[in-house]
Ligand binder design. Structure first.
Ligand code: NAD
Ligand code: MLT
Length: 310
């Protein structure tokens, strides 16, 4: 019987599917050296964002046929190394779209209304209504960077809340942007005019530090930025400085240049900075979706059927 290693927490629905065709070992929190030591026994590896599948791990995985990431990006897998070794890499491009979009909207509203800090304050026994005066999103301009699956759903929800939508995405047509209800503009204009900016793009060499000291300096002093896409699209040091200096009003981040987030000035910036630990896809529904989606692809490959590659 084939053997599958699940090295990050995934929903039981996925384990049940894998168990139809393989012996499944769930071993989470392994150090790279521990993973290298055992990976040679397995035909398939199933991960989320916690396991970094390096070339070394791939080389040690001499029996591996498939690596499945229960999520959208495959940026924690060395895909070229996997391809060189004939290992298929699969993912779940749509299973957590709604979860990630809703998290971005929740971050925007929470940041605007200071909900997390107000909640902590009341739980401490305080009744402070002055500190937590917020801002409305109604009639404000939301700049959406990346009008793919998540960006489009964010647009639909934001439109329903009465926001004006600007979009930047060099790979979609003006017609598609209009369907989504967005005016397609260049990045500079979006940055200068938006009251809220939300990022929904992959991390690539072109998007690394897309938001930096120069772009931050062009934003409105009342602007707030949300990143539920990938860490490293924003230069975190430049962002912390911009918030300290009042160059922009605030930020809500779910993803970081290095995860888990270590020492960071962002931690000490009070109610104008919200930080969550990469929770965009963490809903019960999304975890079932991605687990089933990826487990079915692994099962098929173990049965010798063709796979859809990431
Ligand atoms: P998608 O592929 O559907 O959309 C991405 C969009 O970005 C595309 O329309 C593409 O044309 C556009 N794009 C690419 N390069 C660009 C650039 N340089 N400038 C502007 N636009 C550019 O992807 P998606 O499913 O919408 O996911 C978006 C991001 O969210 C990804 O980075 C994904 O990994 C991340 N994500 C994070 C979480 C989380 O837990 N926080 C969960 C799911 C997805
Ligand atoms: C994704 O790319 O789908 C997310 O980062 C999901 C996750 O692993 O939490």
């Amino acid at each position: 019987m084939s053997k599958v290693l699940v090295s990050d927490p995934i929903d039981q629905a996925g384990i049940d599917i894998l168990s139809q065709v393989a012996t499944v070992d769930v071993k989470t929190g392994l150090k790279p050296a521990e993973l290298i030591e055992i990976i040679g026994e397995y035909d398939a590896l199933m991960i989320r964002s916690g396991t970094r599948v390096t070339q070394e791990i791939i080389e040690a995985g001499t029996q591996l046929k498939i690596i499945g990431r229960a999520g959208v990006g495959v940026d924690n897998v060395d895909v070229p190394a996997a391809t060189r070794h004939g290992i298929v890499v699969v993912n779940s491009p749509e299973g957590n779209t709604i979860a990630a979009a809703e998290h971005a909207i929740a971050m925007m509203l929470s940041l605007s209304r200071h909900i997390p800090d107000a909640n902590v304050s009341v739980k401490k026994g305080e009744w402070d209504r002055k500190t937590f005066v917020g801002a409305e999103v109604y009639k404000k301009t939301l700049g959406i960077v990346g009008l793919g699956k998540i960006g489009s759903h964010v647009a639909a929800v934001a439109k329903a809340m009465g926001m004006k939508l600007l979009g930047y995405d060099p790979f979609i047509s003006t017609e598609r942007a209009e369907q989504i209800g967005c005016q397609l503009v260049d990045l500079d204009l979006l940055i200068q005019q938006a009251d809220y900016i939300t990022l929904h793009i992959p991390k690539t060499p072109e998007t690394a530090h897309l938001i930096n000291a120069t772009t931050l300096a062009k934003m409105k002093p009342t602007a707030r930025i949300i990143n539920c896409a990938r860490g490293g699209i924003i230069d975190e040091a430049a962002l912390a400085e911009a918030i300290k200096q009042g160059t922009i009003a605030g930020a809500a981040l779910d993803v970081f240049e290095s995860e888990p987030l270590g020492e960071s000035d962002l931690r000490s910036l009070g109610k104008n900075v919200l930080l969550t630990p990469h929770l965009g896809a963490s809903t019960a529904e999304a975890q079932v979706n991605v687990a089933i989606d990826v487990a079915e692809q692994i099962r098929d490959v173990l049965l010798g059927l063709p796979a859809r590659s990431a």
